[in-house]
Design a protein around this ligand. Sequence first.
Ligand code: SF4
Ligand code: SF4
Length: 395
Amino acid sequence: MMSEVPEEVIQGRKILNELKKGDWPNFVREAEKTRYPVDLYGASLALKRDLFTTGGYVSVPGAPTGILMRVTSRPDIGENANIVRVLIPSGNFLTSDMLDTLCELADKYGVGMIHGISTGEDVEIPGIPKEKIRDFITELRQRGFECGSTGDAFRAVTTCVGSLLCEYSNLNTAEFRDSFYDKYNDFAKFPTFPHKVKVKVSGCPIDCGRATQKADIGIVGSWKGAPEVNQSLISKMDSEKLDNIIRSCPTGAISRHGSGISIKGEDCTQCMICVRNSGGAISQGREKQYLIYAGGKLRGKKGPLSGKLFTKVNSIEEAMNLIGTMVDIYGEQAARKERMGDLMFRIGMKNFLDLMKTKPQAHNAKDLRTNIFYSVNGEERERMPEEIKKAVGGE
Ligand code: SF4
Ligand code: SF4
């Protein structure tokens, strides 16, 4: 006797058919070419709740990190399965051979789908049944890959493209990531921390790598003092455009002298606004420094917290060593399942700096600027109280 199709699957298929009317590439049509349990997804949409939820991390002998369990509350529609996170080379450069191998393994063990490249800078292979996990990991390793990035360990380090492609970079982020794994591979492989630790690296304060926002430890390449000025290019610049650049400096560090400019190094916060707007006439300073942020996160006990700039160092080696010190302190002081930001929140910045043997500095102030592209100049500062009063109906 044929089993009856559940009502939510019928409703789900109607929703999926609507979604399939979208332009190519259409994710439903693409998913249907694989063995992904599309009906489970459709039924979840129909019921407005996810029937496929995370069941935590799975650890198999020899692979303590890298495997996520997906549990279905409706095994009649879709089976439990696992996702394996595969670590990939720095810079996200995968050769066609590597991709061929991962696709072959996804066909053989999973549902014939890969999620590449995830925001965590790894490749995820979904839909691997529990009984195939050990064989999958064995073959993955035999073919030159390693899994990781789950559990209470260092998650896959994520970076912006840095000096591989970007002219703004003060740091070779891919090289930094490689050195990180040379030094801290064991902490990435074995879950030994109170909770997960995410490290993110950006080549400049524009922060495409989200090092200041979502990282327990964030590293940002910067420089000391004033940016470099090419006076010849500045003198050829449209006068109004130059005035706009000067006005947009949030600290008023730039002054005009005829057709040239000067920048006060002590007033520059290395925000990159003038560098971005000057078409190469103003560029990052030559003497580099590296900003270390701590405590950023999206989830956890105290909710979302942005990273706090807690110190600046002069070399990549110092930055690398500091990561070790930070996780040592974190491991000693944090409670179970307390993220670094939650620990800092609980004990306060002063105590955190004491533990780190770092002297408090102006940049350790509680409220830091979070949006480097928004600045208020003198004239706006005058005008704003009036405008706010009007907007709220005051006198
Ligand atoms: S953070 Fe800076 S260096 Fe990195 S990609 Fe963005 S602009 Fe370029
Ligand atoms: S705009 Fe930013 S980077 Fe440029 S001089 Fe001003 S503070 Fe420094």
